[in-house]
Design a protein. Structure first.
Length: 134
């Protein structure tokens, strides 16, 4: 129950931080799912995303960040976007989402990090320049 309250509080924080079209967290077999229907990525690209949180969140960082399949991502760095999943993340391809590797295992501090800092990190990864633009 404590985790559910923490996640509800962070959901409110995301809304206050300007993330709109966000559904309340849903309980799933892996933990919790937060669905943002119209997220603006760097460069002004808009897409649908999901964030999956393990049952032990916030002690354990988010499982992953998922981007709607066939999203028009333009020139954004897609080197972290995969058709498969890794790190025991659930496969959401049957729901039309691709897994974006935004794992913070060693750098996650439960009392310091939250969903807003996680979103900032993921959005920064979209801005990385690896030379691989798809």
């Amino acid at each position: 129950m404590k985790n559910a309250l923490k996640i509800a509080h962070e959901y409110e924080g995301l809304m206050q931080a300007g993330y709109r079209n966000i559904e309340p967290p849903k309980i799933k077999p892996h933990g919790y799912e937060i669905h943002i229907k119209n997220l603006t990525l760097p460069g002004g690209v808009r897409t649908e995303i999901k964030i999956l949180l393990p049952k032990s969140y916030p002690i354990v960082p988010p499982i992953g960040f998922y981007v709607k399949e066939n999203a028009a991502l333009g020139g954004l760095d897609q080197s972290h976007l995969y058709g498969d999943v890794y790190h025991d993340a659930p496969d959401l391809t049957h729901e039309g989402f691709r897994w974006f590797c935004g794992i913070l295992d060693k750098n996650w501090t439960a009392n310091r990090h939250n969903l807003i800092s996680y979103m900032s990190m993921v959005l920064a990864l979209f801005n990385e320049n690896t030379g691989e633009k798809i």
